[in-house]
Write a protein that binds this ligand. Structure first.
Ligand code: MV4
Length: 453
């Protein structure tokens, strides 16, 4: 097992990784920017090293500074958390060449899944259901037209290097194709330095459902079921739950089996998430894979009792799956997570500053992942997530009731947060009935505007 792990992240996920290390008896090294000097990861890690000024490029994204810190501290491994360097194949490569174990998949697999049309081809090859679309990158406007005719309108053009919805265009008729193709190409080039595009059949009013997997370094892959992530705004998730009411035991097993075979075949290792769209007929279609631990991983932990971060560390150290999971994965009850962001609940603009009052709720079935505290400050340089409120109940009904009361008892003062928005979602009949798709938030905020206006 590792003796010392460097945590290349900040905030709640840095603290989450420290929790796992403490339980495994592994020493921890926090790295921090000047803006995070008084943060809880710095306080709870065994060692802490300042790696630079607040700006991300000069601190948490500065690969030489991160590697130097690991070398100075004599760490064995690096956990990247989510965001930041977590899906950077070059960083994973530099770790390995520096004799540091990267806690995640091998660089080649990060690279494969980062090129979305290649990931799509790999999934197709092993029998994972994908949407009709182009085979690989589209070479020209003429080819785009041919693919669209073959697939049938509406189609969606996506950036190969994409993510977060950038470089995406929905095309409903042939006369719009060329203009939208050019827009997507320009946006992708500007955002990712890569204008490669591919095409898929457009799914109207989909649900966003993702599967959590764990793969050890001996070729074993286990599926831990799905998370329903349709409650999003502008490609930012707000609330996630597990299980999805729309996924039957048969579908869960069927997708779990084909993912196990596929990921074993492509040499996947460590934790990963496979994103699907569910169509009107409750069919799942692969869209992309994330090669990191995700923000919403606690939802799966709550219903399976598997510690995913501990599992990541054990797997990276070479443990076999039977030692990681100690038996079959069982799903118990229902879990929901609300992302508490430091932002204006309707305008969604960031809200940095000092937290003057902070009282997180407790009680049966409640978990809070946060690095926020009373009198602490939220710096303006980073992601706005300040806490994750996660609850478990015996069924969805109990989980919803528990979440509603926990939100009622969550006090944060001094900054704006999304707590009031979550309170309203938990009171919405459409949400409570489980009748929603990825268009829920737009409809929900629209309803409010009509009432006020
Ligand atoms: C789609 C789609 C419909 N059809 N692909 C948006 C982000 C990116 N990860 C994939 N996205 C979508 N891909 C096809 N073929 C609709 C979306 C989409 C979406 C997906 C998940 C959650 C929220 C969304 C909001 C708008 C569009």
């Amino acid at each position: 097992m590792f003796k010392k792990i460097l945590i290349a992240n900040r905030g709640e996920i840095a603290l989450r990784i420290i929790c796992a290390c403490k339980e495994l008896g592994i020493r921890t090294v926090a790295i921090y920017s000047e803006a995070d000097r008084n943060s809880l990861p710095v306080r709870f890690a065994d060692e802490a090293i300042c790696i630079g000024p607040p700006q991300l490029g000069l601190s948490y994204l500065n690969i030489p500074a991160v590697i130097s810190a690991a070398e100075i501290a004599n760490a064995d491994a690096i956990h990247p958390g989510y965001g930041l360097l977590s899906e950077n194949a070059n960083f994973a490569e530099v770790c390995e060449t520096s004799g540091l174990k990267f806690i995640g998949p091998p660089p080649e697999v990060i690279r494969l899944m980062g090129e979305k049309e290649k990931a799509r081809a790999a999934m197709k090859q092993h029998g994972v259901p994908i949407l009709p679309g182009s085979d690989g990158v589209i070479a020209s406007e003429e080819e785009a037209r041919e693919w669209a005719r073959q697939v049938g309108y509406p189609v969606i053009i996506k950036a190969s290097a994409g993510g977060g919805g950038r470089g995406m265009r929905i095309v409903r008729a042939e006369e719009d194709l060329v203009a939208l193709y050019r827009q997507a190409q320009q946006e992708a080039s500007a955002a990712f330095g890569n204008g490669d595009l591919y095409m898929e059949k457009y799914v109207e009013h989909p649900r966003h459902i993702e599967f959590q997997i764990l793969a050890d370094e001996h070729g074993n892959v286990v599926s831990l079921g799905e998370r329903e992530c349709s409650i999003q705004r502008r490609h930012q998730k707000l609330l996630e739950e597990s299980p999805s009411l729309q996924v039957s035991v048969e579908l869960r097993n069927e997708i779990g089996d084909v993912l196990s075979k596929t990921l074993s075949a492509v040499g996947y290792r460590n934790a990963g998430t496979i994103e699907f769209l569910m169509d009107q007929h409750k069919k799942l279609h692969f869209i992309e894979m994330n090669t990191r631990i995700q923000v919403e991983h606690p939802v799966t932990e709550m219903v399976t009792d598997v510690d995913l971060v501990k599992s990541q560390i054990m797997i990276a150290a070479g443990s076999k799956m039977q030692d990681v999971l100690q038996g079959k994965v069982v799903h118990r009850g229902h879990a929901i997570e609300c992302r508490i962001n430091a932002e204006h609940p309707e305008k969604f603009t960031p809200s940095a500053g000092k937290i003057t009052a902070f009282h997180p709720p407790g009680g049966t079935g409640v978990r809070i992942d946060t690095a926020a505290y009373e009198q602490g400050t939220i710096p303006p340089y980073y992601d706005s997530l300040i806490a994750k409120l996660v609850v478990r109940g015996k069924d969805r009904n109990e989980a919803c009731q528990r979440m509603a009361r926990a939100l009622e008892m969550f006090i944060v003062e001094g900054i704006h947060t999304t707590i009031p928005l979550h309170r309203r979602i938990l009171a919405d009949p459409e949400f409570l009935a489980g009748k929603f798709d990825t268009g829920f938030i737009e409809r929900f905020l629209g309803k409010k505007a009509e009432l006020v206006g």
